[in-house]
Write a protein of this length. Structure first.
Length: 134
């Protein structure tokens, strides 16, 4: 498909590809594209059956990648949500918040602000340094 604008973001979650190219679309086969609700941020998956997306800083979760339900979240609302391995996460300064299902969140604080996060063999990499496991 040729999009009307340059593709700014792409993600894959629960058998769907998502593309943001001025407008947001989703596809199962990368050929037939449907409009995706543009009020959501790009969805992310933890590859364990859940897809999450933000909408006005509220967390929404989906089991099928298309139908999202708002999560009642009583803590500080995240500026973004991403995934690594089987966890969703977001960071705030030196704290990493992580969750398997976006319902129960745990946190780990580090001695430095978090600028990058990664994972190698189950170990968390914070700013390219191994910090342990989730």
């Amino acid at each position: 498909k040729e999009f009307e604008n340059y593709v700014k973001d792409i993600s894959f979650s629960d058998n769907y590809y998502y593309v943001e190219a001025g407008t947001k679309y989703y596809s199962e086969d990368f050929e037939k594209w449907e409009l995706f609700d543009g009020s959501f941020d790009m969805p992310v998956s933890n590859y364990s059956g859940f897809t999450a997306a933000l909408k006005d800083s509220d967390i929404y979760i989906s089991r099928d990648g298309l139908n999202f339900e708002k999560i009642i979240y009583k803590y500080k609302k995240p500026l973004y949500i991403d995934s690594i391995g089987e966890y969703f996460y977001y960071t705030d300064k030196n704290t990493l918040y992580y969750s398997y299902d976006c319902l129960k969140w745990d946190s780990i604080s580090f001695n430095e602000n978090i600028y990058s996060i990664g994972m190698i063999n189950g170990d968390i990499l914070i700013n390219n340094k191994i910090k342990g496991e989730f």
